[in-house]
Write a protein of this length. Structure first.
Length: 244
C-alpha cells in the first residue's frame, strides 16, 4: 500500500474516534450537568519505508492525544422539584461512592428508602461536615438556601459541600455524570445554588449534528482515496504483467 493510502487510513481511524465523541455528546444532550467533549489531535511525523533512496520521504499522520471538555455552564431548567439543585458558576457537588469521593454538576437529587439524600445514581450527597443527609419520615418541607444550607420544618440539617479544582480539565469521567480526580478539592466559600432548578447539558445539538455530517463526509472522501489508490495499483500491476 502506498503512502497516500496509509495516510487516508490513519485519517479514517482518527475520524472514527472523533465520531464516537460526537455521538456520546448527542446521546447526553438531555443529561443534566453534562459537559460536551472533543478530541485533541496532533501530527505524528515519520519517514516512509517505501522509499529506496537514502533520504526517506517524510509522512505526517494524525493522532489523538486527549479529550478536551467544554466546561461552560449549561442553561437552567426549572423543575419545581425541591430536591433539584443547580450550581451557578464554579463548583461541583461531592458524592460518596464505593471508589471514594466523586463530583458532579448533576443536581437531580432524591430520597432513598432510608430517607437519605442521594444523587441520581444512588450515591449519598455529602455535606460540608463530611456526612450524608438523612431526613425523618415526617419531614416533608425541605428547603435549600442559596449558599446550600439544607433545612426542614424542624430546622437546618447541614450544608451541601460544593468544591472546586485548580484544573477541571484533569478531572476524569466516570459513569452517571460523575468525575474523579487526584486533585485536592477546595470548598467554594460562597456557593451559589438554586433550589428547584437543574443545569442542562451544554451540548448544542445543531453544532454536534453538523460535526457528525462533516465527519461522515470526510470519512467517505478518505475511503474514495483508498479505493482510487487500490485501483491505480491494480491497473499498474496489470500493465506490468502485460509487458512480461
Amino acid at each position: 500500500m502506498e503512502n497516500s493510502a496509509y495516510i487516508a487510513l490513519a485519517h479514517q481511524n482518527a475520524l472514527w474516534r472523533r465520531l464516537d465523541t460526537v455521538a456520546n455528546n448527542i446521546a447526553n444532550m438531555n443529561t443534566p450537568g453534562f459537559k460536551g467533549q472533543k478530541l485533541m489531535f496532533t501530527e505524528y511525523l515519520t519517514r516512509s519505508l517505501n522509499t529506496d533512496g537514502p533520504f526517506k520521504e517524510k509522512i505526517i499522520f494524525p493522532r489523538d492525544i486527549g479529550v478536551a471538555r467544554d466546561m461552560t455552564e449549561g442553561s437552567w431548567q426549572s423543575t419545581g422539584n425541591p430536591l433539584d439543585v443547580a450550581i451557578s458558576g464554579d463548583g461541583w457537588f461531592e458524592v460518596e461512592t464505593a471508589a471514594g469521593p466523586m463530583y458532579t454538576r448533576n443536581g437531580h437529587f432524591r430520597l432513598n428508602e432510608d430517607g437519605q439524600l442521594v444523587a441520581s445514581d444512588g450515591n449519598p450527597v455529602m455535606s460540608t461536615n463530611g456526612t450524608p443527609f438523612f431526613f425523618a419520615p415526617n419531614e416533608a418541607n425541605i428547603t435549600i438556601s442559596q449558599e446550600g444550607t439544607v433545612s426542614t420544618e424542624n430546622g437546618p440539617i447541614g450544608q451541601l459541600r460544593v468544591v472546586s479544582f485548580e484544573d477541571p480539565q484533569n478531572m476524569q469521567k466516570a459513569a452517571d455524570s460523575l468525575f474523579y480526580t487526584e486533585q485536592e478539592p477546595q470548598e467554594v466559600e460562597q456557593p451559589q445554588v438554586h433550589q428547584g432548578m437543574l443545569e442542562a447539558s451544554n451540548v448544542n445539538a445543531v453544532v454536534e449534528m453538523t460535526r457528525m455530517i462533516e465527519i461522515n463526509r470526510s470519512y467517505a472522501n478518505a475511503q474514495k482515496m483508498i479505493e482510487s489508490e487500490h485501483e491505480r495499483q491494480r491497473r499498474a500491476m496489470e500493465a506490468y504483467r502485460g509487458q512480461i
